[in-house]
Design a protein around this ligand. Structure first.
Ligand code: DAH
Length: 337
């Protein structure tokens, strides 16, 4: 007699044993094809039943179908388990630890020149000055002529000039040309502060750059005296360097002022209280007033000009002006507050 029962039982045992050892979805699919696929072992076995004697067929068929269902059910269970495992593993691997601190966003900061420019302009705004700006490409007329520096005058040697279209068009060597431009276009009283870039044909070193900033100041009105100049600039020095600062004024020469001075400061916090020059100033030269169309018998004024980088260098202990515009983050990051 054909032991169909034995063959089906063996097949079932082998299939279930193999299934037990099979875990991942790919292997399960291979198992399914091997046993339940169209050419699978069980399908073959079912086909083989047709060779049995007729009276054995119903029982054998029922047994084979029952085995098929059992194998399908077992597969289904394993597939569900396998899918669960895949999901669990994925969740585990892709888990986000919400308790980790976030990555800090690196913040930008103000450039030291900007910090000082803002301190300077905000002080002067607080005492009624307007902030104005002027062109960096300037005419000889404003940069020199109207400031009482005629062509071929030896005073021109004070400014090493970069020319764009010689001899008329140049890069402004200072912010003083805005004195003439402002007076030309407005009537007294004048109170302006002019921050901006200047350019010079310089051999660079620790204290000289070919591009730098200046802040110009100009006050013109009736009855302005040297006392106004001193009082204003002393108040300014206290604003920037603190209440312990002392100032001194010494004679200096600039063609557009008479008398001309340089202002020095001394404070115990900087260089042990040494005197340090921080700006040039003076009473606006009558000829400069006249050239701009002001009546110099009616109006007087004072002007001043300073370098914000120099002030920043003193305040922050910077020793080389070339660091300002070298764009080295190690330098710039020190000013981020
Ligand atoms: N413009 C001058 C310079 O670049 C600085 C200066 C000196 C400006 C005296 C002034 C002043 O307004 O009165 O060297």
């Amino acid at each position: 007699m054909d032991d169909w029962q034995g063959r089906i039982d063996t097949l079932r045992e082998r299939a279930l044993a193999e299934l037990e050892a099979t875990a991942d979805p790919d292997a399960l699919e291979k198992w399914r094809i091997a046993y339940l696929g169209r050419r699978g072992a069980l399908t073959e076995a079912l086909r083989g039943l047709s060779a049995l004697p007729t009276e054995q067929r119903p029982a054998a068929g029922a047994a084979a179908n029952e085995t098929k269902r059992a194998l399908e059910a077992a597969l289904d269970k394993h597939q569900t388990a396998a899918r669960g495992q895949v999901l669990t593993r994925a969740l585990e691997n892709e888990r986000v630890d919400v308790t980790l601190p976030g990555r800090p966003v690196s913040r930008g900061g103000l450039h030291p020149t900007t910090i000082i420019l803002r301190q300077i302009t905000s002080f002067f705004q607080s005492i009624g000055y307007q902030v104005v700006e002027g062109p960096e490409v300037e005419l000889d007329k404003y940069n020199f002529e109207m400031l009482n520096i005629p062509a071929n005058h030896p005073a021109r040697d004070m400014w090493d000039t970069l020319y764009v279209q010689p001899p008329e068009v140049l890069m402004r060597t200072h912010t003083s040309p805005m004195q003439a431009r402002v007076m030309e276009s407005t009537e007294p009283p004048v109170r302006v502060i002019v921050p901006g870039r200047c350019y010079r044909y310089e051999a660079q070193d620790a204290t000289h750059e070919w591009m730098f900033y200046q802040v110009e100041g100009l006050a013109v009105d009736q009855g302005i005296t040297m006392a106004d100049l001193k009082g204003t600039l002393f108040a300014f020095a206290r604003h920037i360097f603190g209440p312990k600062v002392k100032v001194r004024f010494r004679c200096d020469y600039f063609p557009f002022v008479e008398p001309g001075v340089d202002m020095g400061i001394s404070t115990p916090e900087i260089k042990g209280g040494d005197w340090l020059e921080i700006l040039g100033a003076g009473m606006v030269h009558p000829r400069v007033l006249e050239m701009a169309g002001y009546d110099s018998s009616k109006y007087t004024g004072f002007a001043f000009g300073m370098g914000p980088e120099r002030i920043a260098m003193l305040k922050y202990g910077i020793t080389d002006i070339r660091q300002f515009y070298a764009n080295d983050l190690r330098f710039l990051e020190q000013f981020v507050s």
